[in-house]
Design a protein. Structure first.
Length: 463
């Protein structure tokens, strides 16, 4: 490989165990300069300059945020990552605002961290070092020409083996073989992932337009399968967390592509822009809105309930009103609130609607109604108006299901979460329209066993 394509990484404060864990990332395709924490490394720019800085756990006497500021002062535009091994005091938002590009808590975030570093190296080496993203076999249609490469992963030697080339047809026989072998995932090079997103969203749109409900159900189920698929027993919790985060990101891209192809969704574009601009301010809430929007849209497409564009928009905006609540109330979980605090909290759907109206984004009235009702419950015990059964719009129930599902399963960096299968089982015992719940369980491809438990059947089809 040409010298200029060998990314130069400055690695600070790595111990033997960390070096070992990254041995297949730090290959001879990269130039690694290892240093310990000392005054010099934090006050003097290194010669020749690195292209990436990766900071290991901090040595005694150094504060993470101070190190972030010092390094950012030296290397203003470089990616600087922090890998932390002590859960106590780990605050990703604070670390990022001090200057780190991103921060990871190991071992929980191990896979996420490797992916981010590999993708950075891939960019710096102009694709010489390849990073891959996982996709689901079921998202591909055999017989179609794909404009991205596909690969399978060989865990025994950490290698990706190419199985399909961009510009070639995705072979029917090969597809069948994968299915027979129980192989449900493939990999696409990270630098071609947008071609894949475009392909998947166009396919989804095409299926909606041609009213091929069975195939459409199957396509949506394919996307949702990624969420319910919990890896094999050998996967660590960190791997499962990571898979989930990537799947929701993948779905988000596909859903956005899908909505963009709809003719009357110009207001959605404006809304997405406004939410994007407000992003990062409150990372968790921002991620939540994006996830709810994605899930609600997929539920809407898959169940044939409501207009997907409206649910996409309602998902992005549903909790906007939380920002108008007093800080004291916002900082509490609803279960921990006293009666008065909860009364104030329960005004947030209305506050969301008021804020949206004030922005004059041209959001349709129907979207406002969906948002207004997103905490109403089928048994009449919800808020703000205690509506019940058919008084609640089915779209509001869809939004509420997506909201709850994300609350239960969302990965907050450095934390574990509820597995999607368990979340779905929990939802089915909550106060939703039983007809909707039944359809949702079918959509996820979850079967009820004789013992009353639930089993997964990822490739099962429903009409
Ligand atoms: Fe809410
Ligand atoms: Fe919410």
């Amino acid at each position: 490989m040409a010298e200029s394509l060998r990314p130069r990484i400055l690695v600070v404060g790595f111990d033997a165990a960390l070096n070992d864990a990254f041995s297949d990332v730090f290959t001879d395709q990269v130039e690694v300069i290892r240093k310990d924490y000392d005054k010099k490394i934090l006050s003097q720019e290194m010669e020749p300059a690195p292209q990436v800085v990766i900071c290991g756990p901090f040595a005694q006497g150094y504060k993470a945020t101070e190190i972030a500021r010092a390094l950012r002062g030296l290397y203003s535009s470089l990616p600087i990552f922090h890998l932390c091994t002590a859960r106590e005091g780990f605050d990703r938002v604070a670390l990022k605002s001090s200057g780190f590009t991103d921060a990871f808590l190991l071992p929980i975030d191990r896979h996420d961290c490797r992916q981010v570093i590999l993708e950075t190296l891939s960019r710096l080496s102009h694709g010489q070092i390849r990073a891959y993203r996982q996709i689901h076999l079921i998202d591909l249609q055999p017989g179609e020409i794909l404009d991205f490469d596909t690969a399978i992963y060989m865990p025994a030697n950490y290698k990706y083996v190419q199985v399909g080339r961009a510009g070639e047809e995705f072979d029917q026989t090969r597809f069948k073989k994968f299915i027979e072998r129980g192989q449900s995932t493939l990999y696409v090079p990270s630098d071609q992932i947008h071609q894949f997103y475009h392909y998947a969203s166009t396919r989804l749109r095409m299926l909606t337009q041609t009213q091929r409900r069975e195939q459409l159900g199957q396509a949506v189920r394919g996307l949702l399968n990624g969420l319910i698929f919990e890896g094999t027993d050998g996967d660590s919790a960190s791997q499962k967390n990571h898979l989930n985060e990537q799947v929701i990101e993948e779905c988000e891209e596909i859903v956005r592509g899908y909505i963009r192809q709809s003719q009357n969704a110009t207001w959605y574009e404006r809304v997405a822009q406004v939410v994007n601009d407000a992003g990062d301010k409150e990372l968790d809430q921002y991620t939540h809105s994006g996830n709810v929007s994605t899930l609600a849209t997929l539920f809407s497409i898959g169940l044939g309930v409501g207009r997907p564009e409206e649910l996409a928009c309602a998902g992005l905006l549903h909790d906007l009103g939380l920002e108008d609540l007093p800080q004291q109330v916002r900082s509490l979980e609803p279960e921990a609130m006293n009666r008065e605090q909860f009364r104030i909290y329960a005004t947030h759907p209305e506050l969301s609607c008021m804020r949206i109206k004030a922005t004059r984004l041209g959001v349709p009235e129907s979207v406002l109604t969906i948002i207004f009702q997103h905490h109403e419950l089928f048994n009449g015990q919800g808020y703000p108006n205690g509506l019940s059964a058919d008084q609640i719009r089915p779209e509001a129930q869809i939004l509420s299901l997506a909201d709850r599902f994300d609350e239960m399963t969302r990965v907050r960096r450095g934390q574990f979460r509820l597995m999607p299968k368990d979340a779905l089982a929990k939802l089915s015992q909550m106060h939703y329209d039983p007809r909707l719940i039944r359809k949702l369980i079918e959509l996820f491809g979850v079967e009820t066993t004789e013992e009353g438990g639930q089993q997964l059947n990822p490739l099962k089809s429903v009409s």
